[in-house]
Design a binder for this molecule. Structure first.
Ligand code: BGC
Length: 451
């Protein structure tokens, strides 16, 4: 009897493995595919499952516009938009990994170029997209510096960029400043001294239960974004060393000491909200300022807030002349059920029509030179001009995937959120833990940011 049970169990195991194996799609090799034919075939039929994390007001409308335009371009292909909330990608990445392991890789998914995509490459899960870059002339069209950022460690392109945001900004509620009589500096590039003076004055004048700042770090990453801003604003050399894996507990301690000072002005329940709730809190005046990337703009527009009237923007202290670069793009799985439709999706995001609509709605800078400036509002155009200015230095984001592998950046997010939430802001203790994260993840970069 025992023997029969064992044989039946073994059979069941073999069958389940066979089913799991059969469910996996064949991996496609980009070199064996005719991209030109695939892209030009507007009578093709199929389905493209697209995963992304754009769920907040404004960014949601922007991705929906891409889906609609894809439908116009390829009428026979159904584009299914799968939004995994959370911002900055962490939750979506988990979902995509599960899908990949169960043989259900999405045709295309959102990604930041750089370190973030390296693990997929090591597992051979992405389709090389050099042929889209050639077909759509992306090297010629891309804004300066972008080609390099979008070239993977093996020298190939796997990401088609869709938009760019600046990360080192602070947004503030103009009405609140005015009501409280807190003077708004006549310049955007505030210094650390000016920043602390503003925080002090707000803290003294704001009614109980309201605060100069809030983090909205329920998901962890907004706390990490503040960390990277403080690091660059403390000393760009520290930032360069850090992302290159040159650990230094003293430097990280210095950064965290500034973070500790900043926490004095932050709402104590900061991690009970997501970043977009904090943007709402800033609009309603529960907090006066938010440290967030420029993707908060379309959300503010969605809340009928107008730049220059209702809200204003400071450069994060210490980062004047620097542009924290967050690049959004799409990658294509090489083992999905419909790889050709994935290629078509990735191609569609760089077309001029999509770029014009998307950039307007997402209030992001188009990665392509041929997107006309009249699609931008005043603030996005201002950021674009900063980015294009020869004197501006660009740095990659840790939190938004480019400067560090997920393995390091997600642990960093958790650690910094814990630090921000803890009542004991022991900078040296947390600096040691942070440095250990980098050591364990084997962070090794080759960035050259500082002259
Ligand atoms: C993306 C932005 C997005 C933000 C919040 C960032 O990682 O690059 O496009 O708006 O997360 O979801």
């Amino acid at each position: 009897m025992k023997r029969i049970v064992a044989i039946l169990l073994a059979l069941a195991l073999v069958m389940s493995c066979t089913v799991a194996f059969a469910a996996k799609n064949e991996k496609k090799n980009a070199d064996d595919m005719n991209f030109e034919f695939i892209i030009d075939d507007d009578s093709a039929t199929g389905t493209v499952n697209v995963y992304h994390w754009w769920t907040a007001g404004g960014e949601k409308d922007a991705i929906e516009s891409v889906v609609a335009q894809f439908g116009d371009l390829y009428t026979g292909i159904e584009a299914k938009s799968n939004a995994i909330p959370g911002g900055a990608g962490g939750a979506m990445v988990m979902k995509v990994k599960v899908l990949q392991q169960t043989g259900k890789s999405p045709e295309a998914f959102q990604a930041h170029p750089g370190q973030e995509i390296e693990p997929y490459l090591q597992s051979d899960l992405l389709l090389k997209l050099n042929a889209i870059w050639e077909y759509a002339d992306l090297e010629e069209r891309a804004l300066p510096g972008l080609v390099e950022m979008c070239t993977a460690s093996d020298g190939n392109h796997y990401v088609v960029p869709i938009g760019i945001h600046k990360t080192n900004i602070i947004l503030y509620n103009i009405h609140l400043f005015e009501e409280l009589g807190v003077e708004i500096p006549d310049h955007e590039d505030i210094t650390w001294d000016e920043f602390w003076a503003i925080c002090d004055e707000l803290a003294a004048k704001m009614p109980e239960g309201t605060y100069p700042l809030d983090l909205g770090d329920q998901k962890g990453w907004p706390a990490c974004q503040v960390f990277e801003n403080i690091m660059l604003g403390t000393d760009p050399q520290i930032y360069e060393d850090f992302i290159n894996g040159n650990y230094n507990v003293d430097d990280v301690t210095r950064v965290l000491e500034t973070y500790t000072r900043l926490m004095d002005y932050v709402a104590p329940d900061h991690n009970s909200r997501d970043w977009y709730h904090t943007t709402g809190a800033m609009v309603s005046g529960t907090c006066a300022m938010q440290i967030m990337g420029a993707w908060a703009q379309p959300l503010l527009t969605n809340m009928d807030q107008v730049y220059g009237e209702d809200y204003g923007v400071f450069t994060f202290p210490g980062t004047a002349g620097w542009f924290g670069m967050c690049v959004d793009g799409f990658v294509v799985s090489n083992d999905s059920a419909d790889v050709a439709s994935g290629i078509r999706w990735a191609f569609s995001v760089c077309t001029q029509d999509v770029q014009e609509y998307f950039s307007g709605l997402k209030e992001s800078i188009s990665p392509y030179m041929d997107t006309p400036d009249d699609v931008y509002n005043e603030l996005t155009l201002h950021f674009k001009e900063q980015l294009m200015d020869e004197g501006t230095k660009v740095y990659p984001s840790i939190t938004h995937g480019t400067a560090m592998p997920w393995s390091a950046s997600t642990s960093l997010q958790t650690q910094i959120q814990e630090y921000a939430t803890s009542t004991n802001h022991d900078a040296a203790y947390y600096a040691n833990r942070i440095v250990n994260i980098l050591r364990e993840a084997g962070v090794k970069g080759d960035w050259d940011l500082v002259d």
